[in-house]
Design a protein around this ligand. Sequence first.
Ligand SMILES: [Zn+2]
Length: 228
Amino acid sequence: MEYRTASDTNGKHVAEYQNGFNADLHVQEEEEGGRAGETETRSKLSTIQRAYSTVLTELGEDVDREGLLRTPLRAAKAMQFLTKGYHETTQEILNDAIFDENHDEMVIVKDIDLFSLCEHHLVPFFGKVHIAYLPNKKVVGLSKLARIVEIYSRRLQVQERLSKQIATAISEALEPAGVAVVIEATHMCMVMRGVQKMNSKTVTSVMLGTFQEDPKTREEFLSLIRKN
Ligand SMILES: [Zn+2]
């Protein structure tokens, strides 16, 4: 079985970070922290912190005023957290979570929360992900689909690539007859600049296998996700 790993999309970055995960920075969220490489992550943190200090200064801010004293450090930690998907692979999270089942009906998980960062402006985009697959013997715990979304959304992204990466990851892990991924998201880089109205959404979809080949299957999925 083949899995898509983080290095497929960002080889250098992953190589640099693979041992460098720092549990300290992600206390509540991470189980697998505390490994070697903590020192390296810490030194990266202070480099990022200094960079943020420079950015604030160049924007005309006084980084010594009280409200900003810890902002470069907080921003650096926040950015590391929001991009922590680079250290994670679907292989790690799907380990032991794939089961053999004689189930060949469509599995749908709707309305998975999505929070990501647009790679062009480093500003959030957020919304909902709807996933369906047609099992070919293998099924996976439903919560794992949400974890796959998280792995790929906690990186710098564009919505189209994110949709494709989620679909491909599921396809490679479960080898299903088909996978469908639809993402509806609001991009703050557009909303805040007035390019887009507050309530308008960008919708992307990726259909693989049966969902691509069979209009009836695709339509069934689309009508199911439209229902409330
Ligand atoms: Zn943007």
